[in-house]
Design a protein around this ligand. Structure first.
Ligand SMILES: Cc1cc2nc3c(=O)[nH]c(=O)nc-3n(C[C@H](O)[C@H](O)[C@H](O)COP(=O)(O)OP(=O)(O)OC[C@H]3O[C@@H](n4cnc5c(N)ncnc54)[C@H](O)[C@@H]3O)c2cc1C
Ligand code: FES
Length: 276
């Protein structure tokens, strides 16, 4: 990585509006050598900087055709402006930061992904890498929850994953009255009972709204999964991204420095406390 404090100039090469408030931006670093050097581990994030406005942490969705992809929901001051960028626009990029999903350590095990809303973005690259090395893993279960059917990003991608050997794709819509064919009604956590995996030999990776993560912890424990085998990616307001400002602190850990991915028992005591 270049100087972690110094945003590098990046250019929006492509933009896809996934839904009216979610865009995927494909970025190229203006410095060709830096662009060619850019690598990331699945689960890491970049700080995206809009000149004169500020920076926000955004997960790296993937590196495709040489471009760094970010999928962004417009929720506030900076993310709205990011989603409004058009191809050709300039922005700053620092990164990649943070640790990664434990996909290497999980070889030989069943893998379970539980995500809701835009929580799917930080696991897409991990799922793709696991599928590319399919024989190294056992069963694969991908669970994703949305409010409405049309909120599901990358619907074709999920359909293709259904075709992967020993891969179970479970989708849930919490605010539909009638479930689309092959979907369930309710929160993503209702899918845990339908998932087929070895509770004694699995690694679980979760990302999404915090109430969903808490409910997933309870659901997983209820079916016998040890939380030491469960990992969660957490989100907090970030400023420096290098463990100095304290904005992202949760109890002892700084999410930018020790995270954003944590083994559940390492974060549970703070995660379950109100106000943290
Ligand atoms: C490691 C990490 C990875 C992330 N990856 C992504 C990603 O891939 N795509 C993406 O769209 N977002 C991602 N986020 C969240 C993103 O950073 C925030 O949405 C963004 O910082 C909001 O800034 P803003 O200036 O647009 O909103 P602000 O003006 O700061 O806030 C506006 C509103 O948004 C709410 N808000 C602020 N932060 C969050 C948050 N983290 N989650 C939900 N609501 C929030 C506030 O409560 C407020 O109501 C990630 C965050 C972290 C820490
Ligand atoms: S963002 Fe500054 S310490 Fe994490």
């Amino acid at each position: 990585m270049n100087d972690p404090w110094l945003p590098q100039q990046a250019v929006v090469m492509e933009k896809v509006m996934e839904t009216p408030d979610v865009a995927t931006l494909s970025l190229k670093l203006a410095d060709t050598a830096a662009h060619q050097r850019f690598r990331f581990d699945c689960g890491q994030f970049n700080m995206l900087y809009l000149f004169g406005l500020g920076e926000v942490p955004i997960s790296i969705m993937d590196l495709r055709q040489g471009l760094v992809q970010h999928t962004i929901r417009a929720v506030g001051r900076i993310s709205r402006k990011l989603v409004a960028l058009e191809p050709g626009a300039n922005l700053g990029l620092r990164g990649p930061f943070g640790n990664s999903w434990p996909i290497e350590e999980a070889r030989g095990r069943d893998l379970v992904f539980i995500t809701a809303g835009l929580g799917c973005a930080p696991v897409i690259a991990a799922i793709r890498r696991v599928i590319a090395a399919r024989p190294d893993y056992r069963r694969l279960v991908i669970m994703q929850g949305v409010k409405h059917r049309e909120d599901l990003l990358w619907q074709e991608q999920y359909e293709r994953w259904r075709e992967v050997p020993d891969c179970q794709v479970l989708l849930a819509a919490s605010e539909e009255k009638q479930a689309p064919f092959a979907w369930s009604l309710g929160m993503v956590t209702t899918l845990i009972d339908k998932a087929r995996f070895d509770v004694n030999n699995c690694t679980v990776m979760m990302c999404g709204p915090e109430p969903m993560i808490r409910a997933s912890m309870h659901g997983l424990e209820a079916v016998g999964v040890g939380l030491e085998n469960c990992f969660v990616s957490l989100e907090r307001n970030m400023q420096c991204a290098v463990g100095l400002c304290g904005h992202c602190q949760m109890g002892t850990p700084f999410i930018c420095r020790e995270g954003p991915i944590f083994r559940v028992p390492d974060i549970r005591q703070w995660f379950l406390l109100e106000g943290y």
